[in-house]
Design a binder for this molecule. Structure first.
Ligand code: ATR
Length: 270
């Protein structure tokens, strides 16, 4: 069967092998999917060895998504706009880059969480790689406004300028979103994964707004619980992880698997 891996460092904790295995079972697709730990300083060496050995596709996770885009010979528009790739595919040894993270976030928000993004006021917290990767797909969803809020205002302003042609985007400081006017607030800072939960100003969240953390599991818990305590709906990013995997499965196998059962399995894991 065709061989797939997720490349990262660390990568042992990755849920991608289990997710793709369950998609494979559900769709009757033959595949092998393993983890590949690349040394910090040699992503390209590991990726080359995998593809030269006949590997068909790779998911790429932290910290290699930017390098993955550079590594590929071609890239989709959405990978270019994200400035990063989480999917690499070999066609006769030629490597193409794609990015399904943004599509995964949109699918989780709209299909799983029932949010309508068209006409919504969205606050995106953070201005690093994780935030950049989802700006274009969020703007394509036709929100009334997308506010990039960041601790360092300069970085938010640079992103707002760069993506201005795609839709109504503006930059603010983190404190600048405390006016309670947002329907959806997305945490794309690295605070959850670094174990330093982001404190939201009480005025940040309107009642019934959705506060979404792109991290998942225990890392996202403080943010999600904090948001709920402020009267908002809260969700971690596990659904985004499963949906980006479904989008990658579509790229590789030509069919987009159903995600509900996989999401339930991942949610129930110990
Ligand atoms: P990633 O690729 O995960 O986005 P990054 O490029 O290092 O990582 O970006 C981290 C993001 O989290 C940035 O927006 C950063 O804010 P600054 O641009 O001001 O550095 C944000 N961040 C990290 N730690 C933070 C903290 N303690 N409070 C608020 N924002 C934080």
């Amino acid at each position: 069967p065709p061989r797939f891996v997720v490349i990262g460092n660390p990568v042992g904790h990755s849920l991608s092998p289990a997710i793709h295995a369950q998609f494979a079972m559900e769709t009757g697709t033959a595949l092998e999917y393993a983890t590949l730990l690349a040394p910090m300083e040699d992503f390209a060496g590991s990726a080359s060895a995998f593809f030269e050995g006949g590997g068909r596709g790779a998911n790429v996770t932290l910290p290699f998504k930017i390098e993955a885009l550079r590594f590929a010979a071609s890239a989709t528009d959405r990978a270019r706009l994200a400035g990063a790739a989480n999917v690499l595919t070999s066609t006769g040894g030629r490597i193409a880059a794609d990015n399904t993270d943004g599509a995964g976030l949109i699918a989780d928000l709209t299909r799983n969480l029932g949010v309508s993004l068209a006409g919504a006021r969205i606050a995106l917290l953070g201005a690093g790689g994780a935030a950049r990767g989802v700006i274009a797909p969020l703007l394509e969803s036709r929100p009334a406004a997308l506010v990039i809020a960041n601790r360092t205002l300069d970085r938010a302003e640079a992103l707002a300028k760069e993506f201005a042609s795609l839709g109504p985007i503006e930059a603010r400081t983190l404190a600048g979103v405390a006016d309670g006017s947002f329907d959806v607030l997305i945490n794309a800072t690295s605070t959850s994964t670094k174990g330093t939960p982001l404190a939201l100003a009480p005025g940040c969240l309107a009642r019934g707004a959705l506060a979404y953390d792109m991290a998942y599991g225990p890392a996202a818990k403080p943010f999600v619980e904090h948001a709920r305590a402020l009267g908002a709906r809260g969700s971690d990013g596990l659904g985004m992880l499963v949906e980006q995997a479904a989008e990658a499965f579509l790229v590789w196998h030509g069919t987009r698997p159903a995600t509900a059962a996989v999401l339930a399995t991942m949610r129930a894991r110990p």
